[in-house]
Design a protein around this ligand. Structure first.
Ligand SMILES: [Cu+2]
Length: 500
């Protein structure tokens, strides 16, 4: 834990500097009153949605678990709002630790982005922070703590922005996926660093010792693609449960739907470390958006979702009464979670927590096929940064261009008005879901092939792959760019981008 503590000591030193910047900026977001008395906060909460950061108890496999949550005073998780309205929120920190919430996928002013030590200081226990910025676009987003390892304890919630795509004749169902362990997150991290990984430092066709096995068919499929690396190293953390809306499949959420109804599934992968294949069973779905942004619809029964990504999937519920499981199968494994859609008076069958077959590792097969409904204007890049995804598996050190981030690492420079491309080359044996803050980007190249791919905020870069994203630098400030696997982020797989 020494390394982790050192990391946060440096973070908090940086907070002091960044805090001074925040104070002088036009959006002074974090109330600087330390531990204000109950009932008294800086400014006026009128017209703001209150979000409380709370401790709460859930049951996992029949055992009580103390986790975090982000809820409104009436118990609503997260926020549902409309495009065009301002995002006016007050966050009240009611836990006994500092915290700060990131609005994942939104393009707020940088001081309101919620990354401790980059956007501003964390909110102390008992403190509050106010947010107010316009919502430029709608879609399925989410919010989560960017402080320490709080995300592993479910400090996350949906952030849904309705827009013209939402139809009154359609039932919306939000599914938050999470990985859960009874082991405290700092202990998980310490054990990862102690034991390292069994995998080789670079992607090689070396059989991996121990579970989970990867389906032979899947790795063959992976091998068939040009330049493909062999079996990736997956699922380093052995979780106790996988949750959909806080519940495992032993006691899943059963959601009533009308026979013949149209349903929009908003699936949010809020897991710290786990990617899934969404399995619709016999139902065919229509994927209409990724990370909130519309794509040319793709029909299918199985869709991959990496950590931090979202899928909007439309379903037409058959007229005959039946129950329809919507499952998420862990990649490279057979563990699964999910919810049950119950249409009419049909019995709800118990779904086993293991799928019949282990699934494959996630690939970029779908990513390659995705096409943004509103792509970026074609334009030559003014600036290109090549970012090698690097790591030392044995020591569980993760880095960008072989540098594990500290506040002394200079940010990557970009300038207002530029078209920027980030070339990500994964030199490790693990897949990394890479997330850019404050800007939506477009996937424009995979392994040397240009194409006008999806607009989104998180893209998977599997082992040995090269993925290029493009974005318009139109939101000046200091922004985080990082791997969204929580313990990779904690180890330093992170860099800021700074407008210069
Ligand atoms: Cu990573």
């Amino acid at each position: 834990m020494r390394f982790l503590q050192g990391y946060f000591v440096m973070l908090s030193r940086r907070s002091v500097i960044m805090g001074a910047l925040v104070a002088s900026a036009s959006f002074p977001t974090v109330a600087r009153a330390q531990n204000p008395p109950a009932g008294r906060t800086e400014g006026n909460a009128a017209g703001r949605t209150i979000l409380e950061l709370q401790r709460r108890n859930i049951q996992v496999n029949g055992k009580p678990a103390s986790v975090y949550g982000i809820r409104q005073p009436d118990g609503t998780f997260g926020v549902t709002t409309d495009v065009g309205k301002p995002f006016r929120v007050r966050v009240e920190n009611k836990i006994d630790k500092p915290s700060l919430i990131h609005w994942h996928g939104l393009t707020s002013p940088w001081q309101q982005d919620g990354v401790p030590g980059v956007s501003g200081p964390p909110i102390p226990p008992g403190g509050t922070a106010d947010y107010d910025f316009p919502l430029r676009f709608g879609g399925t987003f989410w919010m989560h703590s960017h402080q320490g390892l709080q995300e592993q304890l479910l400090m996350a919630a949906p952030l849904i922005i309705r827009d013209q795509r939402d139809r009154p004749d359609q039932q919306e169902i939000v599914v938050m996926l999470a990985d859960f362990s009874f082991t405290p997150p700092d202990q998980i991290f310490a054990e990862l660093k102690k034991s390292g990984s069994e995998a080789p430092p670079v992607a090689q066709p070396v059989p991996r010792a121990g579970p989970p096995p990867i389906a032979k068919k899947a790795s063959m499929a992976g091998m068939a693609a040009p330049g493909a690396a062999a079996k990736p190293d997956l699922n380093d953390v052995k979780y106790d449960a996988f949750l959909a809306n806080d519940r495992a499949l032993a006691d899943p959420e059963v959601i009533k739907v009308e026979p013949g109804a149209r349903v929009l599934m908003r699936i949010i992968n809020s897991s710290s470390m786990s990617a899934y294949h969404i399995d619709l069973g016999p139902l065919e779905g229509e994927l209409t958006a990724v990370d909130g942004f519309a794509v040319t619809p793709v029909r299918g029964r199985n869709f991959p979702i990496a950590v931090a990504q979202r899928l909007d999937i439309r379903l037409a519920i058959p007229r005959a009464p039946a129950s329809h499981p919507v499952l998420a199968v862990l990649e490279g494994d057979s563990k699964q979670t999910g919810v049950i859609l119950a249409a009419g008076n049909a019995p709800v069958a118990r779904i086993p927590e293991l799928a019949k077959m282990p699934s494959s590792a996630l690939t970029l097969d779908l990513e390659r096929r995705l096409r943004a409904v509103r792509p970026l204007t074609p334009r030559k890049a003014d600036r290109v940064h090549t970012i090698n995804l690097t790591g030392d598996m044995a020591k569980y050190l993760w880095s960008l261009n072989n540098v594990a981030w500290t506040p002394n690492v200079p940010p990557l420079p970009i300038s207002n008005g530029e078209r920027v491309e980030l070339v990500m080359v994964n030199q490790t044996g693990m897949p990394h879901p890479m997330h850019l803050h404050g800007h939506e980007f477009q996937v424009v190249e995979i392994d040397g092939k240009r194409f006008p791919g999806a607009v989104r905020d998180t893209v998977l870069v599997p082992p040995g792959r090269r993925v290029v994203i493009a974005f318009d630098a139109n939101n000046p400030g200091l922004w985080a760019f990082h791997c969204h696997l929580l313990y990779h982020l904690g180890a330093g797989m992170f860099t800021p981008l700074k407008y210069v």
